[in-house]
Ligand binder design. Structure first.
Ligand code: COA
Length: 175
């Protein structure tokens, strides 16, 4: 049985190790420790008692009505078990809880996000602020990431329950 919960400071080494595994393969961007510490509150982890942290994902506020889902990764041996989906969904729920109207992701795996209703968009449609972040990226300007976005203006079933869990900031999801 696993839970999704907010990351804590002591999780950061495990979180960074998971991200690094995929960053080294060029599947996602690396996240330096300083960035992880500064943005700790963005991060959710999926944890199983006996196995530790198996997956990670972050929701980063970008603009007044816009947030980014970033650093989605599930350890190789645990992929295909629904962990990535739970992490994406909890980020979407948190975005709703904060009144965000649209979430986006810059990803090498746009098809995965399209499973949740995201649609590809032109990167240029994102606010200029996103581009200033891009300029700090080691891949800039030759970036092959695709921008995908999900409109959150339509409420969905189950939202209220998940929001109250998020407000508790404890066990967010039992499996
Ligand atoms: C992408 C990733 C997060 C998915 O996590 P996961 O826990 O395996 O995902 P889930 O178990 O929730 O979903 C698995 C389903 O997604 C599908 N899927 C996985 N990767 C996919 C992709 N790149 N494109 C489309 N579908 C994909 C699987 O075929 C499976 O489909 P099924 O349910 O119909 O059998 C995981 O593969 C991963 O960590 N990859 C490396 C890091 C990465 O690429 N992150 C993406 C952000 S840049």
């Amino acid at each position: 049985m696993g839970i999704i919960r907010k990351a804590t400071m002591s999780d950061i080494p495990e979180v960074q190790a998971i991200i690094e595994t995929f960053a080294k393969r060029g599947e996602m961007l690396p996240r330096p420790l300083m960035e992880l510490y500064e943005n700790l509150r963005d991060y959710f982890v999926y944890e199983e008692n006996s196995k530790g942290i198996l997956g990670v994902c972050a929701l980063h506020f970008a603009w007044e009505d816009l947030a980014e889902i970033r650093s989605l990764a599930v350890k190789d041996s645990y992929q295909g078990m629904g962990i990535g989906s739970k992490l994406v969904r909890v980020c979407i729920s948190e975005a709703r809880a904060f009144g965000i109207r649209r979430v986006f992701s810059l990803t090498y795996k746009p098809e995965y996000f399209m499973r949740f209703g995201f649609v590809p968009i032109e990167k240029e449609l994102l606010p200029q602020k996103i581009w200033s972040d891009c300029m700090r990226c080691p891949e800039f300007p030759k970036c092959n990431e695709v921008a995908v976005a999900l409109d959150l203006q339509k409420p969905t079933e189950g939202t209220t329950e998940q929001l109250s869990l998020i407000k508790n900031r404890k066990g967010l999801e039992q499996t």
